[in-house]
Design a protein around this ligand. Structure first.
Ligand SMILES: [Zn+2]
Length: 293
C-alpha cells in the first residue's frame, strides 16, 4: 500500500512540526488485556523505560484478578473497558462487532454497564471511564448513551466520528502495528513509517492546531517486529521537541485522581499536566472495512 519511508523521513517531518511551533500528543492504546503474561510485562517495562502511559483496554468479564494485582506495580498501564466479553454479535458475512446495531441498544448498554461495574470491582479507582469497542465498531446510538452510564470517553480507530451533543469524548487511534489479514504479523517498519508520515503531513498542512496521534497495540499478538518497531519509535522520537507523551486522563479530559497522582509522582509530573485540545474528527470513511480485534 505504500512505497515505504524511513526514520530520517519521519524525523524531518517532526522537525517541520517543531519549526511551526506545533506539537503532537503521542499516546498508546493496547487492547485485549485479561491476565498477566510475559508480553504484558514487556509492555509495562516499555512504558516505564520511556515514561509513556498506555491506555490498557481490558475485557471486563474475562479479566482475571491476577491482572489487577499485576497492575498495582505497573504505574504506566491505565486500565479501561474493552467491550464486555469480546463476543461477536454480527451475522456473517458482516464485519465483526460486539456493540453494533445487531441488537437493541438497550440490551448492549445494559451489558456494557454490567462490564463497567465489574471493571471497577477489579481495578477500583484505577479503572478509567473510557470505552473501547471490540473491532473498533460501535452503534452511534450506543456511543451517545455511554456518558449516561458513567463512561465519559470513547476510543475507536481513525475516521470514526461522532457529532451529536452529549457524545463521549472521542479520541481515536491512528496507526495499527499489526497486519491482521496478512498472518497477524507485525507490519514492516517502512510501511508503518510511510503511513505515519502521510498522516502527519496531512494534518500539518490541513490543520492549524496541535494534534493527537495514537498507536494501536495488542501485546498478546505482538511478534518481534512489533516490539522492535515500537521500541525504536519511542527511542528515536520520544525526546523530539514536537512530541509530547500524554496521560489518558488528559486525552479524555477526565478528572485527575489526586490520590493516585500523589502516589505516582512520575505520572503527576512532567507528562500528567499536559492537556490536549480535541481535534476535529476526520471525515468518516475507510475504517469500517477493517477487522481489528
Ligand atoms: Zn479487542
Amino acid at each position: 500500500m505504500s512505497t515505504g519511508a524511513d526514520w530520517a523521513d519521519l524525523l524531518a517531518e517532526l522537525d517541520r512540526w517543531a519549526l511551526a511551533g506545533r506539537r503532537i500528543a503521542l499516546w498508546l492504546r493496547d487492547d485485549d488485556a485479561v491476565a498477566p503474561s510475559g508480553q504484558l510485562d514487556r509492555l509495562a517495562a516499555l512504558g516505564e523505560r520511556f515514561t509513556v502511559p498506555v491506555l490498557l483496554a481490558s475485557i471486563p468479564l474475562l479479566a482475571e484478578e491476577p491482572l489487577a494485582r499485576r497492575l498495582e506495580s505497573a504505574p504506566m498501564l491505565f486500565p479501561c473497558q474493552h467491550g464486555v466479553t469480546h463476543e461477536n454479535h454480527a451475522p456473517a458475512p458482516q464485519k465483526k462487532a460486539e456493540v453494533g446495531n445487531h441488537r437493541p441498544p438497550d440490551v448492549a448498554l445494559a451489558e456494557i454497564a454490567q462490564g463497567w461495574r465489574r471493571l471497577r470491582e477489579l481495578f477500583g479507582a484505577r479503572a478509567l471511564p473510557v470505552f473501547v469497542p471490540p473491532w473498533n465498531r460501535i452503534d452511534p446510538a450506543i456511543a451517545l448513551a455511554l456518558p449516561g452510564i458513567g463512561l465519559a470517553g470513547l476510543s475507536c480507530f481513525r475516521k470514526f466520528s461522532l457529532g451529536a451533543p452529549g457524545s463521549p469524548v472521542l479520541v481515536n487511534t491512528d496507526l495499527d502495528l499489526i497486519d491482521w489479514h496478512g498472518g497477524r504479523a507485525g507490519r514492516h517498519a517502512n510501511d508503518l513509517l510511510a503511513e505515519m508520515l502521510a498522516l502527519l503531513v496531512q494534518r500539518r498542512t490541513r490543520m492549524a492546531g496541535d494534534t493527537q496521534f495514537g498507536l494501536l497495540l495488542h501485546h498478546r499478538d505482538h511478534d518481534a517486529a512489533c516490539w522492535a518497531f515500537l521500541e525504536e519509535l519511542l527511542a528515536r522520537i520520544g525526546s523530539h521537541a514536537a512530541i509530547d507523551f500524554v496521560t489518558p486522563q488528559a486525552l479524555f479530559a477526565l478528572p485527575v485522581d489526586l490520590e493516585r497522582a500523589a502516589a505516582g509522582a512520575m505520572v503527576a509530573g512532567s507528562i500528567g499536566a499536559f492537556s490536549v485540545p480535541r481535534r476535529p474528527s476526520d471525515p468518516p470513511a475507510e475504517d469500517a472495512t477493517r477487522d481489528v480485534p
